[in-house]
Write a protein that binds this ligand. Structure first.
Ligand SMILES: [Zn+2]
Length: 428
């Protein structure tokens, strides 16, 4: 079995890729963060955001790529409403990084290419019309293309986790959903599944496709080379009529931009959390799995654990877990180190807070805004929960449990916040 991915992630820049509009802030009002460049008006000229180039170089470096000394852009020509200028500015032969890999417990998953490109506008489809929001148009993306080196579902899960962690340590917001095209071939024929949003859907699409292709092989049927799309509601992939294949796009050199040298950019040594976890586990004779859970997506946990002695390590892990269990997120390393001196094994929250010296502050102001944000995050990253939402009391019950576990809040307040968020989300 061969699985390959094309993953798109948004880069953490203040402004867009080719103009000075904000990339992520003030996006609520549709079409408010736009200018002639990102609207693609005739006569407008793109100017490359150097920060996007620096971050991309750093990402390519973290993925063990060869960095192109001179990188350049092409126009990918196609006709679609999300790109009124008639082409997307992207890279091809001039890609920022090529021939890299991700090390997955000793197995190398090849990275064919890391390239910079602009995001098109967002299309909002209504029943009999569509709306366009250009706030997203021109947001800098990296497209990361792997070799078809992933050979089963478990490896796919591990790879996605590892890639997301590497990107997290490069400053990429990994809570934002990944957009992925994946190709899966069980036999000789390559089947591509386009535009899968989110990690959960990616795994589910792969799961379905592997089952579908194995069933066909068992029945002696031949698998058609085709493009499919993933249906979230039925969790299956279906054949889709494709606009163009890669070969049918027109690619031309982008004459409004030039060649960009990467010689002056010196990327730092990348942080590979899984390697750090292994190192910490060996050094402290502690479970690698637990350490990974704590540090793959948490810079503070990593720096705390790297800072403690072997004799304090076990205690440091349980202290981090206590802080999380008691819903205290804003602690300093000073507070952490002073708490290390206490025996907190069987300490409940009130005693813990008083050891920390902040029992009063905690009871007085429960930050409902913070809790609401967290609920919104959990619900919006799980579409199933949201869809069942208001009608299913089990979902609300489950969420109340989750909120109470994390924050000091009573059940009624938690329920109110949850219902409010569900309502907001459903009205969107
Ligand atoms: Zn603009």
């Amino acid at each position: 079995m061969k699985i390959g991915l094309e993953v798109h992630v948004a880069l953490p820049t203040k402004t867009k890729l080719f103009c000075s509009d904000l990339a992520y802030e003030n996006q609520e009002e549709p079409n408010s963060n736009v200018c002639p460049v990102c609207l693609g008006l005739p006569g407008s000229k793109p100017v490359l955001n150097e920060t996007a180039l620096e971050i991309s170089t750093s990402i390519a470096n973290a993925l063990n790529c060869k960095i192109s000394e001179n990188t350049w852009f092409v126009r990918k020509v196609y006709f679609y409403p999300d790109l009124p200028k008639g082409y997307q500015i992207t890279q091809l032969d001039g890609a920022i990084g090529i021939d890299g890999y991700v090390d997955l417990n000793g197995k190398k998953i090849g990275i064919r290419r890391v390239q910079i490109e602009e995001d098109p506008a967002r299309i909002i489809r209504e029943k009999d019309y569509s709306l366009l929001d250009f706030n997203r148009s021109g947001v800098p993306l990296n497209e990361i293309v792997t070799e078809p080196d992933i050979s089963n579902l478990e490896e796919l899960k591990d790879f996605v986790e590892e890639l997301r962690s590497i990107l997290y340590y490069q400053g990429v917001n990994v809570n934002q959903e990944l957009k992925t095209d994946l190709n899966i071939s069980l036999a000789e024929t390559r089947v591509e599944i386009k535009n899968v949003t989110g990690v959960r859907n990616l795994i589910s699409a792969a799961e379905y496709e592997i089952k579908r292709q194995s069933a066909m092989i068992k029945e002696g049927k031949s698998i058609k080379a085709e493009t499919r799309s993933y249906k979230e509601d039925t969790e299956e992939t279906v054949s889709s009529r494709e606009k163009e294949t890669e070969e049918e796009y027109g690619f031309t050199f982008e004459p409004d931009l030039t060649f960009y040298s990467t010689k002056e950019i010196k990327p730092q040594n990348p942080v590979i959390a899984s390697k750090v976890a292994k190192g910490l586990a060996d050094k402290n004779q502690y479970s690698e799995k637990t350490i990974k859970e704590l540090i793959m997506f948490n810079k503070r946990n990593m720096s705390l654990l790297l800072g403690v002695n072997k004799e304090d390590f076990r205690k440091a892990v349980s202290l981090i877990e206590k802080f999380a269990a008691f819903g205290i997120e804003d602690y300093s390393s000073g507070e952490f180190n002073s708490m290390l001196k206490n025996d907190i094994t069987s300490v409940e929250r009130p005693a813990f807070m008083s050891l920390l010296g902040r029992e009063k502050a905690a009871e007085a102001n429960i930050d409902k805004g913070e809790i609401e944000k967290w609920i919104r995050y959990v619900l919006s990253s799980d579409k199933n929960l949201l869809d069942r939402g208001l009608t299913d009391p089990k979902v609300i019950g489950f969420m109340i449990g989750q909120v109470k576990e994390k924050y000091q809040i009573n059940g009624k307040d938690a329920a109110d916040l949850i219902k409010k968020v569900i309502k907001d989300l459903q009205n969107k």
